[in-house]
Design a protein around this ligand. Structure first.
Ligand SMILES: NC(=O)c1ccc[n+]([C@@H]2O[C@H](COP(=O)([O-])OP(=O)(O)OC[C@H]3O[C@@H](n4cnc5c(N)ncnc54)[C@H](OP(=O)(O)O)[C@@H]3O)[C@@H](O)[C@H]2O)c1
Length: 282
């Protein structure tokens, strides 16, 4: 589309700016979610940090305020629609609307991880259902509740969080992998369905982080003395960058996907994995 030069210059200067935008980060209390919350705040967004643990959400907010950003804690459960609707009311009341939603709540659970060397037939059906529910329904419900507010607030973006387990099998975490594969499919469905109905005013994309040391995977990747487990070694061997990711490695892609620079990007999954998914292993 051709735009007047001055308007285009303004656009090019604003590619990575979220000035004045209202952003909600579910799982903003977690290792990756809090780094994403900080990155959005540094890009100019007013951030609502959403998680079940009020105290931790308040700590994250204090860190953002300390570094000159704007934020508030919004305790809520991504599996309870009413709690999300109440959170949306608080966000709209405080910041005047919602423009960005990052669905970072989720992850694997210990119960849904098959023990090393154990028979896969012994997998817990209950844990499988729970991990799928958390990652899939826990992405869908906030997207429905806050997505409506994004459209009525004049537009914006949703970013979901997938994983390397979505596209290729990782051993021992079948439920988690199935859930994240479904998150990627849901990302495309919502991008299409919402785009057809609301045009450019709402985009839905996802990131697929590689391997980051978090609370849920620490014991899978590191031994007690901090050296790599066999699984950790295999991951580093398959990662051309030769390291695990750090939470701030996600910042650039998330800010870009949420902002004007990605205005024609819809329904994609961006791998942030140090090259893991590109490598055949040979
Ligand atoms: N770490 C990795 O290597 C890695 C790699 C790929 C993808 N990911 C994905 O990245 C996302 C963040 O992972 P992380 O490593 O930062 O995990 P984390 O530190 O455990 O953070 C996950 C957050 O999700 C929140 N959460 C869980 N259940 C919730 C619920 N019912 N309602 C609201 N919030 C809920 C928790 O907050 P509360 O306890 O406060 O509710 C927690 O802070 C997850 O989707 C994970 O699957 C992680």
């Amino acid at each position: 589309m051709n735009r007047p030069a001055a308007k285009n210059d303004e656009y090019l200067r604003s590619l990575y700016s979220l000035d004045g935008q209202s952003a909600v980060v579910t799982g903003g209390t977690g290792v990756l979610g809090r780094a994403i919350a900080m990155a959005l705040a540094m890009a100019g967004a007013k951030v609502s940090v959403l998680g079940r643990r009020r105290g931790v959400a308040e700590e994250v907010v204090a860190q953002i305020l300390n570094r000159g950003g704007e934020a508030m804690a919004v305790p809520a459960d991504v599996l309870e629609r009413e709690s999300l609707v109440a959170a949306r009311e608080r966000v709209v009341q405080k910041w005047g609307g919602v423009n960005v939603l990052v669905n970072a709540a989720g992850g694997n659970t210990k119960a849904a991880t098959v023990d090393a060397g154990a028979d896969p037939f012994a997998m817990s059906e209950t844990a499988f259902r729970e991990v799928v529910d958390l990652n899939l329904t826990g992405t869908l419900l906030p997207s429905l509740v806050f997505g409506e507010a994004i459209v009525s607030s004049g537009g914006g973006a949703i970013v979901n969080v997938s994983s390397m387990s979505a596209s290729r099998a990782l051993t021992r975490v079948a439920g988690y992998g199935a859930a994240k594969a479904a998150v990627e499919n849901l990302t495309r469905s919502l991008a299409v369905e919402l785009g057809q109905r609301h045009g450019e005013s709402i985009r839905v994309n996802a990131i697929a982080p590689g391997f980051f040391i978090g609370e849920q995977n620490r014991t899978l990747l590191l031994q007690e003395d901090g050296t790599l487990t066999k699984r950790g070694e295999a991951i580093i061997d398959h990662t051309p960058a030769q390291r695990f990711g750090g939470p701030d490695d996600l910042a650039g892609a998330v800010v870009w996907l949420c902002g004007p620079g990605a205005r024609f990007v819809n329904g994609v999954v961006i791998a942030i994995d140090g090259g893991f998914s590109a490598f055949s292993g040979i």
